[in-house]
Design a protein around this ligand. Structure first.
Ligand code: SAH
Length: 250
């Protein structure tokens, strides 16, 4: 994922959380970390909690204000662990990724995390286009900072993989998708066989075919698969029309 996605940690008090955030980011393919007035940084706890993600700490930009951190970002989303006085356009983690990821292809975007004890101030939240809330239990809604970074980074990664996947499924699949006509031919054939073997009573067919259609519609069959399924049906019919093999005499 691109450097255009900036993760901003505001005024973090525990250096270990900075390390956890870096690790969470790196596992999800993010690399651009900005620290606004961290209490203690660099710090050995940050480095040890980052494990193999200490390169992100080395590259991290340290600034004094949120304004400096987000100055060149065209879209800013702030995290919030609880409801605020003034409601703001609010996203869930998936919607957040759906907005940030595509825009990050054009310009810089930021995801802003708050202090362990108080989160982001109202002033800081007012600098954000959107707020994002991880739908935690309202009775105990506040995640550890590193865990919150993990959840939102994961959603960004899903979005990035989905964008790649959409391209690769279309180009790399080894068979053409079956047409509606191919699939319809299969269903006609299937029904015939199910009647032949007595699984469907033609005078009381019930919902069997509808349920089977729904089962198959949850897949996208390709032409090879439809041919194979039809082959199974044809062999079943051939078996039915052949006289049963005679049992060996005792
Ligand atoms: N007591 C603080 C909680 C801070 S938790 C408060 O009430 O705001 C530290 C940071 O982790 C938050 O600022 C936010 O960036 C992130 N975070 C924790 N829980 C979250 C949640 N449910 N949704 C979104 N961000 C969350």
């Amino acid at each position: 994922m691109s450097d255009n996605i900036l993760v901003v940690l505001v005024n973090t008090s525990h250096p270990g959380n900075i390390g956890s955030a870096a690790r969470a980011m790196k596992t999800m393919g993010l690399s651009n970390l900005c620290l606004v007035a961290p209490d203690q940084f660099p710090h050995e706890f940050a480095t040890s909690r980052a494990a193999g993600a200490d390169d992100l700490l080395e590259r991290a930009r340290v600034v004094q204000t949120l304004d400096e951190a987000i100055a060149d970002c065209a879209l800013v989303v702030g995290t919030s662990a609880r409801g605020r006085k003034i409601p703001w356009p609010l996203l869930n983690p998936r919607e957040c990724a759906e907005r940030l990821f595509p825009e990050s292809r054009q310009h810089k975007v930021a995801l802003v995390f708050g202090r362990e004890d108080r989160g982001l101030t109202n002033d800081e939240l007012a600098r954000c286009h959107y707020h994002v809330h991880i739908p935690s239990d309202p009775e105990y809604s506040s995640l550890n900072l590193g865990a919150a970074v993990q959840v939102l980074s994961y959603e960004l990664r899903r979005e990035a993989l989905a964008a790649e996947g959409a391209a690769s499924v279309a180009t790399e699949w080894d068979a053409e998708y079956a047409t509606a006509g191919d699939v319809e031919g299969y269903f006609t054939h299937l029904q015939q066989v199910l009647e032949q073997i007595g699984f469907i009573d033609p005078s009381h067919p019930g919902q069997v075919m509808t349920r089977l259609r729904r089962l198959y519609s949850r897949q996208r069959l390709d032409k090879i698969e439809v041919n194979m399924l039809r082959g199974v049906l044809s062999e079943t019919q051939r078996g039915l029309s052949e006289p049963p093999a005679t049992q060996a005499e005792e």
